[in-house]
Unconditional design. Structure first.
Length: 98
């Protein structure tokens, strides 16, 4: 009944279904080609950037001090993971050169 009364709703529902399907394909690809940990890192990074972008885009969306600390901890964790990964790869490359 709702679909017959509102064709715009059908169009929005169709677009939502298609974008959800494409998103699931990217998730499946990332897990198969990389690892679930990489997917988790990508998802967390996307979510934290969306949060910070939302705050800067609209002053009505504000974070309190504890929430900003949480954001900084997330960024620190992501940065720490990247640095640890880079440091763990360097010794392997040096061994190959010898």
């Amino acid at each position: 009944a709702l679909c017959q009364a509102s064709p715009d709703f059908v169009w929005a529902l169709t677009l939502f279904g298609l974008s959800s399907s494409v998103g699931q394909c990217f998730i499946y690809y990332t897990i198969n080609e990389f690892s679930p940990l990489i997917l988790s890192t990508v998802t967390t990074t996307r979510k934290i950037f969306s949060t910070v972008y939302s705050v800067f885009r609209s002053p009505d969306n504000s974070l309190n001090q504890e929430q900003w600390i949480g954001c900084m901890l997330v960024f620190a964790g992501i940065l720490g993971e990247m640095v640890a990964k880079q440091l763990s790869h360097k010794p392997k490359e040096e061994k190959k050169k010898e």
